[in-house]
Design a protein around this ligand. Structure first.
Ligand code: DUT
Length: 156
């Protein structure tokens, strides 16, 4: 069952009331990066190497940015702490989709804490203002969880 926003808002520190939706939490843009170079992915993660991220926008310093068609990595501004029996699933806001852009997200594991990064695909130029709400995350209770997330993205 989805954990309602009146509970999941407690997985974050200082949310703005506007971010608290009916059953999810809207997530804000913090930084936007262009991807430079290629990544490397294998089975064991031994050879895993992320490409370079070139920061092109920072909500702490910049007012807005117009993104041309292409792909970007977006770092979320909101720090979350996911309980050990909960997983998170993030989706683009429908307004973002209506503007011809989307985000792609993976699973947010039980026990994860940090500011997630999403792949943003812009099909139609879009102007993003500082701390724009681009995604909504919903949390689902998990049974029979096999441990908690302790990987390299924890706490970042
Ligand atoms: O789109 C997403 C989805 C999740 N996360 C965060 C929460 C999640 O718990 C953590 C790790 O995600 P995942 O398990 O998919 O990472 P991985 O590529 O499998 O690396 P690892 O080997 O560290 O698990 O990253 C993101 O930053 N972006």
């Amino acid at each position: 069952m989805i954990i309602g926003a009146n509970t999941s808002k407690n997985f974050f520190d200082d949310l703005d009331e506007k971010q608290i939706q009916q059953c999810g939490i809207d997530l804000r843009v913090w930084k936007i990066f262009k991807i430079e170079g290629e990544g490397t992915l294998d089975f064991s993660n031994e050879k895993r190497k992320l490409p370079n991220y070139v920061e092109i926008f920072n909500s702490e310093k910049d007012e807005s940015i117009t993104l041309d068609r292409g792909i970007y990595v977006v770092k979320v501004a909101d720090y979350m702490k996911i309980p050990e029996n909960v997983a998170g699933f993030a989706y683009p806001r429908s307004s973002l989709l209506r503007m011809g852009a989307t985000i792609y997200s993976a699973v947010h594991d039980p026990g994860y804490e940090g500011r997630p990064e999403y792949l943003m695909h812009v099909f139609n130029p879009i102007k993003i203002y500082r701390y724009a709400r681009i995604a909504q995350i919903v949390f689902i209770e998990c049974r029979d969880v096999k441990g908690v997330y302790e990987g390299i993205y924890k706490g970042k």
